[in-house]
Design a protein around this ligand. Structure first.
Ligand SMILES: Cc1ncc(COP(=O)(O)O)c(C=O)c1O
Length: 359
């Protein structure tokens, strides 16, 4: 057992059971005498891993048959460019800007067409999710883009906007598999792996079939979703090891009861931490209550000097990576699927002790 809890926003904790399985197979996967890091992606062994990863993810998210699932590289950030290049036909799309990554996605897309922010919460430092009525969207747009969970500021959408027939595209990097979503409500979902899925290096893209093969003629081959769809994510050398670990995480989640079970536990962990913060006169969470993320929980103490001391002493007590993002300051506890309830309890205990010693 490791006796530390890692609250990093990503790459973040993986289930200990999965890491042990990885350790066990590191020298020889399934008696093959090879590690997954060494084997050809054209081998049957790897093809089976790739196929099982897809099939498990389909099951976990109840992905309908008319959606394609691919594993690609370049992080969620490369999808900021892939989205417009694959989807623009009329040349226009609307973005809901609720955080730094949403803003990045929006500014990348502007390079490829006529983009508009249908709503933004930047006026209040991204501390809330704006209400977006259907009439906020322009006519004749190809898609609406949003970020379901805002990793840096700690907000999430509890209700998706009504985009009618216009495809909704979601960056789900920081809450995929942590909360239940009805995939059929989306045109496209993408997510970097390094929070709830597995190691960095692989990005999941889920695309509705009718949107999968309409990329612009000048879209680079490697950015075109259809390239990997046609080759079952094996067009070029995939990040084999990351996909393998992701597959083990998917197996693990399935055994735990899938996404509904994870969501229940995640809500419980988040409630524990928010209640503690709300009942304290020392710590504050500055996010509008109804929009609070259950994955990333930022908080501050009475001063930036105390914030710094908190992060340092927490680390000395085995509570790692609690420093807030440089854009938000303070602290941030990222409590993704792999963070046990016990980790949150330990954090709360430490917060109580720190408060007594420093108030
Ligand atoms: C919501 C969200 N989108 C996009 C990104 C960027 O992902 P990547 O580093 O995989 O490109 C992150 C990274 O933390 C994120 O949290």
């Amino acid at each position: 057992m490791r006796d530390v809890y890692n609250f990093s926003a990503g790459p973040s904790m993986l289930p200990e059971k999965v890491l042990k399985e990885v350790q066990k197979s590191l020298l020889s996967y399934n008696g093959s005498g090879m590690s997954v890091t060494e084997m050809s992606h054209r081998s049957k062994l790897y093809e089976d891993i790739n196929a099982e990863a897809e099939s498990l993810l389909r099951g976990l998210m109840s992905i309908p048959d008319n959606y394609k699932v691919i594993f690609v590289q370049g992080g969620a950030s490369l999808q900021f460019e892939a989205v417009p290049l694959n989807l623009l036909q009329k040349g226009r799309a609307d973005y809901i800007v609720t955080g730094n990554f949403a803003k990045k996605a929006y500014s990348e897309a502007k390079k490829f067409g006529d983009m508009a922010a249908a709503a933004s919460s930047e006026d209040k430092c991204f501390t809330y999710i704006p209400k977006v009525k259907a009439k906020a969207f322009r006519d004749d747009i190809d898609y609406v883009h949003l970020t379901t969970n805002n990793t840096i500021f700690g907000t999430h959408f509890t209700k998706l906007p009504d985009t009618g027939d216009v495809p909704l595209v979601a960056d789900m990097s920081s809450n995929i598999l942590g909360e239940e979503y009805d995939v059929s409500k989306f045109g496209v979902i993408y997510a970097g792996a390094q929070k709830n899925i597995g190691p960095a290096g692989v990005t999941v893209v889920i695309v509705r079939q009718d949107l999968a093969d309409r990329a612009r003629a000048d879209c680079p081959t490697m950015l075109k979703w259809q390239t990997q769809i046609a080759e079952k994510s094996l067009y070029n050398t995939p990040p084999c090891f990351s996909v393998y670990v992701a597959m083990l995480v998917f197996r693990h989640l399935k055994a735990l009861g899938g996404v509904p079970a994870m969501e229940r536990i995640n809500k419980r962990k988040a409630k524990m931490l928010y209640s503690f913060i709300d009942n304290s006169s020392f710590y504050k969470n500055l996010i509008e209550k109804k929009d609070r993320s259950i994955m990333n929980i930022p908080f501050v103490s009475p001063s930036s000097e105390l914030d710094e001391k908190f992060v340092k002493e927490a680390a000395q007590n085995g509570l790692l990576a609690l420093k807030g993002h440089r854009l938000a300051g303070g602290m941030r506890a990222s409590i993704y699927n792999a963070m046990p309830v016990k980790g949150v309890q330990k954090l709360i205990e430490f917060m109580g002790k720190f408060e007594k010693e420093n108030r």
